[in-house]
Design a protein around this ligand. Sequence first.
Ligand SMILES: Nc1ncnc2c1ncn2[C@@H]1O[C@H](COP(=O)(O)OP(=O)(O)OP(=O)(O)O)[C@@H](O)[C@H]1O
Ligand SMILES: [Mg+2]
Length: 334
Amino acid sequence: MGGTKQRKLNFNGFKLFFKLVLVNSLSVLSISCLSMSAVNIAVRAFRKLEPEDLQILQAIEQQMKNYEHAPKDAIHKQAELPLSEIEYRLPILIKKGLLRGWRGKYTGYSLTTAGYDTLAIDTLVKANIIEAFGKPLGVGKESDVYDALTPNEKRVALKFHRLGRTSFKKTKLKRNYTVNYSYTPDWHHRSRIAAKKEYTALKLLYPKGVAVPEPIKQTRHVLVMDMIEGAELYHYPELPDAQAVYNETLVNVRRAYQDAHIIHGDLSPFNIILQPNQHILIIDWPQNVPTTHPNAKELLERDVRNVLTFFQRKHGLKNRLKDAVTYVTENTKN
Ligand SMILES: Nc1ncnc2c1ncn2[C@@H]1O[C@H](COP(=O)(O)OP(=O)(O)OP(=O)(O)O)[C@@H](O)[C@H]1O
Ligand SMILES: [Mg+2]
């Protein structure tokens, strides 16, 4: 069963990956080979992994709660596989970029970012959430977002949270990106918490009618949500009706505040998407705070100020911060 599903992902993922490389230019092909992202390493490796490989990765994930570098014996016990099998597979998994070996007082192993990505992808495939992988949709400060397909060929976005990314170099080439980075040791724990926090917020906001992408699933450090079209607000030098977009943003900030009782906490024109139908969606919620938070007032004011200043500077709107904040917080329903 698992094997069949795995092969299906392999085929579609492979087709989609190559189709997209061909659509883009040759230089893109060489860049993606030179510096593959963790997700690309994971997707490539995943296609060829056998159930025993996944058992070993899962065992190391478990053991990394006890060790920074899991020793072979602990992996052996956790995975319930013969030691010879483990000794055979560990170097292969290192070569594939999913594990890191360490030599100190003993020899130990830990998962790389691509190793964690692989485990999350495996969970999503087995849960029938995704079947194929596409291009990067965006590289944020603290995430990599990818396009993917469900078994029903619906497009979804996968946000891989990357908290603790320490050195970050981004080369933007048209719509393609390469990223070099390293991580602080607790990055996975922090990324998982961020993904969960964002998912919980979306689950709260979406049914209340706040304009956010529909949440689908969260596993480990990965959030799956509806794929949205459009671009971040700062991309638009002109808007046919800037006041309408501003008003709609505030309506949604108010709805989040009054109906879901949360504040975005990092609102800016980078996290507001203007869709082709001219309606907005607010993305990127891991830093949300409840309206009861001790700094709620300051955080809300900062969010509203970021929006207001942008519309003032770029689109010449003249709205007052005090009025905007009052509109969001005043408790009268119309
Ligand atoms: N559901 C989605 N559908 C399509 N594209 C998306 C989706 N969510 C995010 N993106 C793209 O990925 C980018 C990064 O996403 P997001 O802002 O959530 O992550 P981030 O890493 O927290 O960003 P930041 O740089 O603001 O910290 C977005 O600007 C957008 O281009
Ligand atoms: Mg963002």
